[in-house]
Design a protein around this ligand. Structure first.
Ligand SMILES: [Zn+2]
Ligand SMILES: [Zn+2]
Length: 325
């Protein structure tokens, strides 16, 4: 079977009302390799001013703490589970349901912990712990302007670097409902930096799925279109019908294109559209970068999701916003 992959350009030619929504984007297409500090790449060495200190994160980090249930707690838990199963055995099509008393008992046993390991009978709690003296961040991405000309580059800057702290953070300042690495983005002029011989090694207790495998990039410029949630209903119907006629999908094929990406549009496949605003000026933030799970860099953010960095279209110095889905 051949896959029909009609181009976004053909769609735009047929439905010109979509044109105002089209954005240029660069699919970064990371492939395992041995990058140097001079390349655009994932992981690996960076261009770095000799006098600039490597960034560290002081947390707090969410560290997993396990607490053994007491004998009485374990027995009580198992009693409620047995009772629930016995009740259901008489009514095979009904759901497993706890009585109010049983639910209250289990909630007392959990004592606010997030999960219970039923093999070891341990409560699992994530506790915020400050990192002193701080954890070195890891280099995630270096982009040179010539490899991602579709991005907005601040005056005089032609290198963009993303570093993040490979630990769990929750509700970082200005990042409501976010759980994941703490991200920093730096722009700099390549001419004023030299290669950094040896970036610090990732911390020993780094969350392994947040440390990317070094990759080279094979960037390709595309035109991207928005998620259905960001379009008027009539246009969605037209675009979807157009795609269907060509055995294609609008979502994630013609729009919100997948993979590591600079610019373009975010997909809202887990939640409905979330408006993400600049915390400094209230302007609607724009998708700047997408870090995808799996493939060669072998990250896993969220549950095999995408970490997206949004920036302010009015002022590049305003704080970035993070979102995973
Ligand atoms: Zn951190
Ligand atoms: Zn702003």
């Amino acid at each position: 079977m051949t896959t029909v992959n009609p181009s976004v350009d053909a769609l735009l030619a047929d439905i010109p009302a979509l044109a105002p929504y089209a954005r240029k984007a660069t699919l970064l297409r990371p492939r395992t390799g041995r990058p140097t500090a001079l390349d655009s790449h994932v992981g690996g060495p960076l261009l770095w001013p000799a006098e600039e200190e490597w960034p560290v994160c002081r947390g707090p980090h969410l560290i997993e703490v396990r607490e053994k249930l007491s004998e009485q707690e374990r027995e009580a838990w198992q009693r409620t589970d047995r009772a629930m199963r016995d009740r259901r055995a008489g009514r095979p099509n009904s759901a497993y349901e706890l009585t109010h008393e049983e639910a209250a008992l289990q909630s007392r046993i959990m004592d606010g912990a997030g999960a219970l390991d039923m093999r070891t009978w341990e409560r699992i709690r994530r506790v915020p712990v400050p990192a002193d003296p701080g954890v070195p961040m890891v280099a995630v991405l270096q982009l040179r302007a010539q490899d991602a000309p579709t991005l907005d580059w601040p005056e005089g800057m032609d290198v963009l670097q993303v570093l993040w702290c490979p630990q769990e953070h929750s509700e970082l300042p200005g990042q409501a409902h976010y759980w994941g690495p703490a991200v920093e983005m730096r722009h700099r002029p390549a001419a004023l930096t030299g290669p950094l011989a040896e970036p610090p090694a990732p911390p020993a207790d780094a969350v392994a799925r947040y440390v990317p495998r070094p990759c080279l990039l094979d960037p390709v410029e595309v035109t991207d279109l928005p998620d259905q949630d960001e379009l008027p209903d009539e246009l969605v119907a037209e675009a979807e019908a157009w795609a269907e006629d060509r055995d294609a999908e609008y979502h994630r094929v013609l729009s919100c294109q997948e993979g590591w990406k600079a610019g373009g549009w975010p997909s809202w496949h887990l939640t409905d559209l979330m408006r993400i605003d600049c915390p400094a000026c209230g302007a609607r933030s724009r998708l700047h970068l997408t870090f995808d799970s799996g493939h060669d860099p072998d990250l896993n953010v969220g549950r095999f999701g995408e970490l997206r960095v949004f920036t302010c279209p009015v002022d590049a110095t305003h704080p970035l916003r993070l979102n995973i889905q």
